[in-house]
Write a protein of this length. Structure first.
Length: 307
């Protein structure tokens, strides 16, 4: 297996619903073995993108390649190796968990042994509830059963759309632990959509943040949160003056967002005081200088800049 191989490759993807442009020229890649965080506020275009990736709706323009093959040309072949939960999974409430999976396996057309079904129920932590009716399950248990359903045909790629929505902290932890297990122990590539940034921070190695259908940033989660290379929001009284002063410095190339009276800039911790001194020495009145250390703050900063 090639860890640098692209499992998903999205190029200039757009989706328009009449006057609404839900996804706008979106491009990104998911590599083999990634837990890839797909982040954005509600209404950012995440679910629309996922529906296009799963061929539930067609794109207006752009291309989708999965496993290095065009989704348009190789849809059936590709989807046999993809498992997904989109919104909340539906089950036969008055049937036991094991019977639900047996029926769903038959519907999928795949040969799935009873042994495999038991293994999946154990994998998702439902070994002791195999004969319990689904109507007795908590929301978190239903989500885990949904993941078992997505794994029935042993897919290489798993797509999870907001899997922790509506869960209590314990339920969120159970799903998070399961995702980590699937990645590390089962060698699955996972595409994980969420607006809960702290959850992505704990499980994902790479991520993209979108807002209003557009990509805001894509990269390694660890690099974005690296304590030695942080982002700083500088608030000043005169933004035009500060911009002019920084134009002739190396810092200028590291500016990501200029909005209102704020500049967001990439900088190493050790250089924050030097940046402040440089601005003040050149007559810029700095009213605040705030390091951005969490993914939550980073997200809020860059999506505000994109509005």
């Amino acid at each position: 297996m090639n860890p640098s191989e692209n499992i998903i490759e999205i190029t200039s993807l757009s989706k328009r619903f009449k006057e609404v442009l839900a996804v706008d020229e979106l491009s990104f890649t998911v590599k083999r073995g990634d837990v890839f965080g797909f982040l954005g506020p509600n209404g950012a275009g995440k679910s629309t993108t996922i529906r296009m990736i799963l061929s539930l709706i067609s794109q207006t323009s752009g291309s989708i390649k999965i496993f290095n093959k065009s989704l348009t040309e190789h849809r059936a072949e590709i989807l046999t190796n993809v498992g997904a939960i989109v919104e909340k999974p539906d089950f036969y409430q008055y049937l036991p968990a094991i019977k639900n999976l047996e029926i769903l396996a038959k519907i999928s057309g795949k040969e799935v042994s009873k042994k495999r079904i038991f293994e999946l129920l154990e994998l998702v932590g439902l070994k002791d509830r195999t004969k319990s009716k689904v109507k007795t399950f908590s929301h978190g248990m239903k989500q885990r059963l949904g993941i078992a359903q997505a794994l029935l045909h042993d897919p290489e790629l798993i797509v999870l759309d907001e899997p922790t929505t509506g869960l209590d902290p314990q339920g969120m932890k159970e799903i998070r632990d399961l995702i980590i297990h699937l990645s590390k122990d089962e060698n699955k590539t996972i595409f994980l959509s969420s607006h809960i940034l702290s959850e992505i921070e704990l499980v994902a190695n790479r991520m993209i943040i979108i807002n209003r259908g557009k990509k805001i940033v894509e990269g390694e989660v660890g690099q974005l949160l690296n304590s030695s290379a942080v982002k700083v929001t500088v608030e000043v009284e005169n933004i035009d003056q500060a911009n002019r002063i920084l134009e002739n410095t190396n810092w200028y190339k590291q500016i990501e967002v200029i909005k209102g009276d704020k500049i967001t800039i990439n900088i190493e911790n050790k250089n924050i005081s030097a940046l402040n001194k440089y601005l003040v020495d050149n007559g810029v009145k700095v009213t605040a200088l705030i390091p951005i250390r969490s993914l939550e703050d980073y997200f809020l900063s860059i999506t505000a800049g994109a509005n």
